[in-house]
Design a protein around this ligand. Structure first.
Ligand code: NAD
Length: 435
C-alpha cells in the first residue's frame, strides 16, 4: 500500500474526455465514475455542473498544547459535498495521508452512498493530518476538541453529522459530541454518530459496516451461484471493517485464508482463526507477530487465488498495475475507493464481480442513520431490530443496483452511481435553484 503514490492537491477542471487521468487522485477517480454515470443518465447539464463541485470546504489550523509543553499546529478539513437530500453525513479521519482532494472525494462518495441506500442525508467528510499513534490520549483529546470547535459553524443534527472513520472511534466521537454540546449549552446527542452506547450510540453500529459487507458478499455469491460455506476470502485491513467482515463471513461458513494490516499480513490456506486474530490485535494493537499463518505482504494478498477479495484498508490499492494479476471472482469494497478508475476496465475484462464501495460499505452509514433517528426520537432499538433493518436495506439496495446494472448492461459500480446520481438529481430538480 503505497503512501508514495499520493499526489499533491490539484484544482478541479471541467471534464475533457481525453485529459490525463491521475490514477491515484481519489477525487479524479470518483469524478471519472461520476462522468460515466452522468453521461448514461443524460444528466441535465446544470445539475451536472452543480454535482461536480463540493458545496462547502473548510480548512482549519488546529493549535494543540503537547505534553512536553510545545505548541504544535495541525491542519484539518471538513467538506460538505451535497446537502440536497438532508444533513451532511460523513466520518472524520485522523491520518498522515489526509489531504483536501481525498476529503473531497470521500465527501462525494458519502453523498452517493447515502443516496444508493436511500437515506435522507447528504454527504460530508472531515480529516486531520496527524498520526494518532504518536499522540497521547490527552493530546488526542485536545486535538479533537479544538478541531471540533474550529468547524463548529458547520456542525449540527440538522446540518452536518460526523462519524468515525480511519483512526477515529467511539471515544473520539464522545469528545466531538461533548465539545459541540458545551458550545450549544445543551446535550446534543444527534450531532454525531458512532458514539458509545451510554451516550446514545446505537446497538450494532460498531459492527455495521462489516456486517453490511458480509450481507452484500453473500448476495454476490448467490448471484454467481456459489455457496457461502467453503468460500475462500482474503481481507486487506484488519480494523473495524475488515475484522468484523472476516468474523461474520467466517460465522457464515466462509474460510478466511488471508488477512493483513499496515504491518503486513498472514496467509493460511486452511483458514485463519479470526477470533484469535482479533484477540491478538486487541492485545498487541496490530497483526505484527500473529502466528496464525505464513507471512505475506499486502501486495501479495491482493493477488491470491481466492473466491472473494475484501479490501478494507485504504484507497487506490487495486490499480492498473496489479489488476491483471487479481484472481478473485468477487471483490467486495469494504474500504472507500480501493480501486482506481483505470483498474475498473481491467476487472470488467476479467469478469470479476465488483460490489462497489458506495454500496458495499454503506452498512455503517445506514446504522448511523438509525442512531440519529433513535437520538431524535429518544427511543432505543434492540440489536436484533437494528440488524434486521440493516439486512433489509442492504439486500434491497443490492437488488436495486443489480437490476439497474442488468437493465443498462453496465457493471455494478456504474449502476450504483447511476442510481445515486438520479436520486440526488431528482431532489435538485424538485427544489430548484434558490436565487
Ligand atoms: P480502522 O482504522 O479501524 O482500520 C484500518 C485498517 O487498515 C487497520 O487494520 C490498518 O492497520 C489497516 N491499514 C492502514 N493502512 C494500511 C496500509 N497502507 N496497508 C494495509 N493495511 C493498512 O479503519 P476502518 O474504520 O476499518 O476503515 C477502513 C476503510 O473502510 C476505510 O477506507 C474507511 O473509509 C472505510 N469505511 C469505514 C467505515 C466505518 O464504519 N468504520 C464505513 C465505511 C467505510
Amino acid at each position: 500500500m503505497a503512501t508514495e503514490l499520493r499526489l499533491p492537491t490539484t484544482n478541479i477542471v471541467l471534464p475533457d474526455k481525453d485529459r490525463f487521468l491521475d490514477e491515484h487522485n481519489p477525487f479524479e477517480a470518483m469524478m471519472s465514475r461520476f462522468d460515466r454515470a452522468a453521461e448514461l443518465l443524460d444528466l441535465d447539464p446544470g445539475i451536472y455542473k452543480i454535482l461536480r463541485n463540493p458545496e462547502k470546504q473548510l480548512t482549519v489550523s488546529i493549535p494543540v498544547h503537547m505534553d512536553n509543553g510545545d505548541v504544535e499546529v495541525f491542519t484539518g478539513y471538513r467538506v460538505q459535498y451535497n446537502t440536497s437530500r438532508g444533513p451532511a453525513k460523513g466520518g472524520i479521519r485522523f491520518d498522515m495521508q489526509v489531504n483536501l482532494e481525498e476529503v473531497k472525494a470521500l465527501a462525494a462518495w458519502m453523498t452517493w452512498k447515502c443516496a444508493v441506500v436511500n437515506l435522507p442525508f447528504g454527504g460530508a467528510k472531515g480529516g486531520v493530518i496527524c498520526d494518532p499513534s504518536n499522540l497521547s490520549v490527552g493530546e488526542l483529546e485536545r486535538l479533537t476538541r479544538r478541531y471540533t470547535s474550529n468547524i463548529i459553524s458547520l456542525l449540527g443534527p440538522d446540518t452536518d453529522v460526523p462519524a468515525p472513520d480511519v483512526n477515529t472511534n467511539e471515544r473520539v466521537m464522545a469528545w466531538v459530541m461533548d465539545t459541540y454540546s458545551m458550545h450549544m449549552r445543551h446535550t446534543a446527542s444527534a450531532v454525531v454518530t458512532g458514539k458509545p452506547l451510554e451516550l446514545g450510540g446505537s446497538a450494532g453500529r460498531k459492527e455495521a459496516t462489516g456486517r453490511g459487507c458480509m450481507i452484500v458478499t453473500r448476495e454476490a455469491l448467490k448471484e454467481l451461484g456459489m455457496p457461502v460455506r467453503g468460500t475462500t476470502v482474503a481481507v486487506q485491513g484488519f480494523g473495524n471493517v475488515g475484522s468484523t467482515a472476516a468474523m461474520l463471513l467466517e460465522r457464515e461458513g466462509a474460510r478466511i485464508t488471508a488477512i493483513s494490516d499496515r504491518t503486513g499480513g498472514v496467509h493460511n490456506p486452511q483458514g485463519i482463526d479470526v477470533t484469535a486474530a482479533i484477540e491478538y490485535v486487541r492485545r498487541n494493537r496490530d497483526l505484527d507477530g500473529f502466528a496464525g499463518g505464513d507471512p505475506i505482504t499486502n501486495d501479495e494478498l491482493l493477488t491470491l487465488s481466492v473466491d472473494v477479495l475484501l479490501p478494507a484498508a485504504m484507497e487506490n490499492v487495486i490499480t492498473s498495475r496489479n489488476a491483471p494479476k487479481l484472481q478473485a471472482k468477487i471483490i467486495c469494497e469494504g474500504a472507500n475507493g480501493p480501486t482506481t478508475a483505470a483498474a475498473d476496465a481491467i476487472l470488467d475484462e476479467k469478469g470479476i464481480f465488483v460490489v462497489p464501495d458506495i454500496l458495499a460499505n454503506a452498512g455503517g452509514v445506514t446504522v448511523s442513520y438509525f442512531e440519529w433517528v433513535q437520538n431524535r426520537g429518544g427511543y432505543y432499538w434492540t440489536e436484533e431490530t437494528v440488524n434486521t433493518r440493516l439486512e433489509e436495506i442492504m439486500t434491497r439496495s443490492f437488488t436495486d443496483v443489480r437490476a439497474l446494472a442488468r437493465q443498462h448492461k453496465v457493471n455494478m459500480r456504474t449502476a450504483a452511481y447511476m442510481l445515486a446520481i438520479s436520486r440526488v438529481s431528482t431532489v435538485h430538480k424538485l427544489r430548484g435553484i434558490y436565487a
